[in-house]
Design a protein around this ligand. Structure first.
Ligand SMILES: CC(C)(COP(=O)(O)OP(=O)(O)OC[C@H]1O[C@@H](n2cnc3c(N)ncnc32)[C@H](O)[C@@H]1OP(=O)(O)O)[C@@H](O)C(=O)NCCC(=O)NCCS
Length: 172
């Protein structure tokens, strides 16, 4: 089990937009195999980041001493609008900076997301992960997410790699 690092988990506000932009672009650039979006998709002005933050679904992990943003995930509950499907929501874009990994920060952000989704009345939380992505799969499995599907050739990367994706879900 990872040795937990004290972190503050909270939803981002507009004041976090610059730090969020740096982290988002770093994650997308360094891990094209982990995210569907590209760094080009997110090469946007700060205002676009503020808009996404104002939609209310970006959760961040902060160093309690320095205030540095160490990781993020998205919990886009506002997209769960279909009358027959609004009992389910998704987690997207889990990312922790390399220098803070292995300290349960992703697990802490996910625990926060799980509590928030539960308190909003959702019955299921879903996410996707590359089959090859052992640290991410381990984090999700430890929190109780179960694989319910597998899609071959889900992503094709610029370097020619093909990524198989697993679909995971957690009953809240
Ligand atoms: C996946 C990621 C978010 C995990 O963040 P983290 O804060 O280091 O995660 P945690 O410390 O909460 O948990 C990591 C778990 O993976 C385990 N782990 C680390 N390396 C591993 C490996 N090579 N094989 C198997 N498990 C591994 C750790 O032991 C830990 O499990 P444990 O708590 O049972 O010991 C982070 O590695 C990351 O940002 N990766 C790049 C982007 C990415 O892949 N995002 C996920 C997209 S689905």
């Amino acid at each position: 089990m990872s040795q937990a690092l004290p972190v503050t988990i909270r939803r981002l506000g507009p004041e976090d937009a610059s730090a969020f932009r740096v982290l988002r672009l770093r994650g997308l650039t360094d891990h094209p195999d982990a995210f569907t979006s590209t760094a080009q998709d997110w090469d946007l002005p700060l205002e676009a980041y503020i808009e996404r933050i104002n939609a209310g679904h970006v959760i961040g992990a902060f160093d309690p001493e320095t205030g540095a943003l160490l990781g993020h995930l998205f919990l886009p509950t506002h997209l769960a609008t279909g009358v027959k499907t609004r009992h389910k929501c998704e987690v997207w874009s889990v990312y922790v900076v390399p220098e803070a990994r292995g300290r349960s920060i992703a697990a802490a952000m996910l625990a926060h997301a799980i509590e928030r989704a539960r308190s909003l009345g959702f019955s299921w939380l879903k996410l996707q992960v590359g089959e090859h992505n052992a640290p991410a799969r381990q984090t999700y499995e430890r929190l109780g997410f179960k694989v319910y599907g597998r899609e071959e050739d889900y992503l094709r990367l610029a370097d020619g790699r093909s990524i198989t994706e697993l679909m995971m879900q957690l009953r809240l």
